[in-house]
Structure formats: C-alpha cells, structure tokens
Design a binder for this molecule. Structure first.
Ligand SMILES: [Zn+2]
Length: 60
C-alpha cells in the first residue's frame, strides 16, 4: 500500500511580483514531499504577469 501522507499541498508565490508592490501576485499551486523537502521550496517558474521566469517561493 502506497503511503501518501508525505505529500502536502503548497503555494508558490512570485518573489518579483511581491517586491514590485503590484496588487496581483502570481501564484502556483503545487505539492511537495515534506519528508524529502524539509526546507522551503524555491523554484524558477514562468510568471504570467511579468512574462518572464522568476523565483517562486513557498508560502504558508
Ligand atoms: Zn511575478
């Protein structure tokens, strides 16, 4: 039986949008394995607001 307990849903938020002070902040829904990824997730993703790749960070 596969255990799925370690997968948790997370939200990734565009750091660049956040700093810019714009009302909209690009976000992605994702999930991670909390057992293998204990630190905050930081990933490069395409920001649809800025139309470029930026750093997205996990938020709670
Ligand atoms: Zn952005």
């Amino acid at each position: 039986m596969a255990k799925k307990d370690n997968r948790v849903n997370i939200q990734l938020e565009c750091q660049s949008c956040r700093k810019s002070g714009l009302p909209g902040v690009a976000r992605y829904c994702s999930e991670k394995n909390k057992k293998t990824t204990t630190a905050r997730l930081e990933i490069k993703k395409y920001c649809k607001f800025e139309r470029k790749h930026t750093t997205f960070k996990e938020i709670k």
